[in-house]
Design a protein around this ligand. Sequence first.
Ligand SMILES: [Mn+2]
Length: 349
Amino acid sequence: MEALRFVTDKTAVLIFTPVNRRYLTGFASSLGYLLLTSKGNILFVDSRYYEAAGKRAEGTEVRQFTKIFDQLQEVLAEVGAEKLLIETEVSVEFYQRLRSKLAVRVAPSAPLTNRLLQLRSVKKKEEIESIVCAQRIAEKAFDDILQFIAPGVSEKEIAALLEYKMKQYGAEGIAFDTIAVSGANSSLPHGVPTDKAVENGEFVTMDFGAVINGYCSDMTRTVAVGYATDEMAKVYETVLNAQENVIKTLSAGITGKQADAAARDIITEAGYGEFFGHSTGHGVGLEIHEQPNLSPSADKIKLRAGQIVTDEPGIYLPGKFGVRIEDMLLVQKNGCKNLTKAPKHLIIL
Ligand SMILES: [Mn+2]
């Protein structure tokens, strides 16, 4: 388990969010409490998870809970803790109960939450392998969908088949609700698939990801159906140039703002700056959106080797069409590695 510098003789840490509990113990459960103290770690789970946690949770003792507040208090008293740091993603109700039922000072800690986000952002070998595995599954689904997209097929059908195919190829789940939007709908960066049928001369944008071992993948491709107008081709090439310039620029040591600018400057120079409203990318891991952000405001945080980020610039012309192209990149000491293998040239089906 990751050592957290927040734990001292007098200070214990309680992790209650499923994502951080899973990250630290390797064990996934919808409910549970991981108590970190100077004298050892205890994962409290209920009867549903007790047997499995005993086998799979790493770096911690496992105990079954029935009265969690009493059991936490007992351990805190035993180890002599005076303060309990908790993650900031706490509900008001849970915070108030901790404060009223425990005899120690309970403090939500932003540094604790930030440290966990930082730790999670730099991926270990097995984490990278899971993300690549999820990405390969999404790519197989994408290959299949190209045979399926044709005039008359609806956005909802495209989204449903992508999700079906990812599960058929072994995904344990989908990373987020699949986006499949066509024609004028594709100018909505996060549009929801509708019953609208795809027509000739339209773009179809698909944004989707699979989950393996809890880790998400994330990719977007935009394809044309029948034909692409000169304007469609020009916008597509602009987005692709911007997207590829990020790959050329990305490296440990640059800021999230510099990575974002690698895409944004090209789109702005081509005259489409006002039609690229979102940030260029985000970290991916146990959650689909993690640290770091590649955005104009990310001028303080430098990218680190081992982080996995998306590279997904787009241009969205209201009422006309939109284009987004997204790969996942592994930040390296000198450069980056593209984890996405799907083709990026303008595909006309
Ligand atoms: Mn994304």
